[in-house]
Write a protein that binds this ligand. Structure first.
Ligand SMILES: *Cc1c(COP(=O)(O)O)cnc(C)c1O
Length: 403
């Protein structure tokens, strides 16, 4: 069986984790701080804060911005449920937008949906392709007269916050700049199946405008992610440093040094090794499928964008959901694991029951019903890529011949 997305566990990772275990410092400490610094150096943003997951990072930033009941947050209908769940956690309403051919949120849809209740827009860089950030930032600024701030932070920004769900897109580029530096705040995921994994983990890349002191915000997030406690565990180890205060009832979602040690190894080899291999696999798939009229190949490079090659999203021209499902069954029967990214949120019970209707998002549904995600990870060999291609071709042609 060719697995879908196993983690890369080699001696380098084991050595670095062992080093952390033996150091006696397991929770947030020197390695987390170093990992944050290296991420900032890599992405070119102002400051980075690491947390236990992208989900926690997104929620922390919504809470920081003061998103609450009665507020609206615009998100794409086509995304993983985390993007919407964090909005619901804050008591606010996710307002879903349809997407483009490239799976990313439609600018025209944002324009149609933005109101004086909109506090945040969460674009999602699907598969690692950055959204149209220049246009989205222009829209945010142009709509500032509509914005009605209700907290000090909101007044200070003076417009909707653009909070990028960059769970897929670390290393992706837009107009020569890396994700993390493209908008106000971008949140990366370091979950085991993501491009750069720390088992579980997330990174908040801060790149807010000048009126925000990112160093100060970093300190605030440090406290806010540790129960609002005025001193973190490391500071408390200082002589006589036992006494602390709790400023406000905060959350508990800090990154550990064990996670950060994996991240340090992965980040060091990310550009030269990981991304190179992922691109190699992506291009081999595309070359393999290019001769088939039924294959719609994903796009990873445009005039102003380069993908981080997170997932290979193949679409089958003219297919309906049931036919696609049949193809997937056929591929599994050939011992190849595939997936679908994603079921649009209105298909899921939690959101269907909140009144979202799939027929309101025709593009999202059409992208979904024709989509199959193929395995793509560092240790996948060229021979395995060819096996996957053969399994897909055979399965598709069988379904086409039977219909
Ligand atoms: C994986 C993922 C997340 C959540 O990441 P975690 O680190 O697991 O919280 C959020 N958004 C998208 C689009 C994802 O794919």
């Amino acid at each position: 069986m060719i697995p879908f997305s196993p983690p890369r566990i080699d001696q380098k990772i084991i050595d670095e984790v062992t080093d952390t275990l033996k150091s006696g410092w397991w929770t947030t400490g020197p390695k987390t701080k170093l990992f944050e610094q290296r991420l900032t150096d890599y992405c070119g943003n102002r400051k980075t804060f690491c947390v236990s997951s992208a989900t926690a990072g997104l929620e922390l930033m919504l809470r920081w911005f003061g998103v609450k009941e009665g507020d609206e947050v615009i998100i794409p209908a086509y995304t993983y449920t985390a993007t919407a769940n964090v909005v619901v956690h804050c008591g606010a309403t996710p307002v879903m937008a349809d997407v483009n051919e490239d799976f990313n949120i439609s600018l025209a849809e944002i324009q149609r949906l933005i109101t004086n209740k909109t506090k945040v827009i969460i674009p999602v860089d699907m598969a690692g392709m950055p959204c149209d950030y220049d246009e989205i930032m222009h829209l945010a600024k142009d709509s500032s007269s509509l914005f009605s701030p209700s907290t000090e932070v909101q007044k200070k920004l003076g417009r909707v916050l653009i909070l990028s769900d960059s769970a897929h897109s670390i290393g992706g580029e837009y107009k020569g700049q890396k994700t993390g530096s493209l908008t106000d705040v971008s949140v990366f995921s370091f979950h085991a199946v993501k491009n750069l994994a720390t088992a579980e983990g997330g990174g908040i890349a801060l790149n807010l405008p000048k009126q925000f002191d990112c160093e100060e915000l970093y300190k605030y997030l440090n406290t806010f992610s540790l129960h609002g406690q005025s001193k973190d565990a490391l500071a408390k180890t200082q002589k006589g440093g036992w006494r602390y205060d709790v400023i406000e009832p905060g959350y508990k979602c800090n990154m550990t040094d064990i996670q950060a040690s994996i991240g340090l190894v992965e980040l060091e080899r990310y550009e030269s090794d990981t991304l190179k291999r992922r691109k190699g696999i992506f291009d081999r798939y595309s070359a393999g499928f290019s001769q088939y009229h039924w294959a719609q190949l994903p796009v990873a490079i445009t005039n102003d964008k380069t993908s981080s090659y997170h997932i290979y999203m193949l679409r089958l021209n003219g297919f309906k959901e049931e036919q696609r499902d049949e193809v997937i069954q056929g591929i599994f029967d050939k011992d190849v694991s595939v997936n679908v990214h994603f079921q649009p949120l209105p298909l899921l019970t939690a959101y269907k029951s909140r009144g979202y209707k799939m027929e309101d998002y025709p593009k999202a549904f059409d992208n979904y019903q024709r989509e199959i995600t193929l395995p793509m990870y560092y240790t996948l060999t060229n021979e395995q890529v060819d096996e996957v291609i053969a399994a897909v071709v055979e399965s598709v042609e069988k379904v086409l011949n039977n219909s």
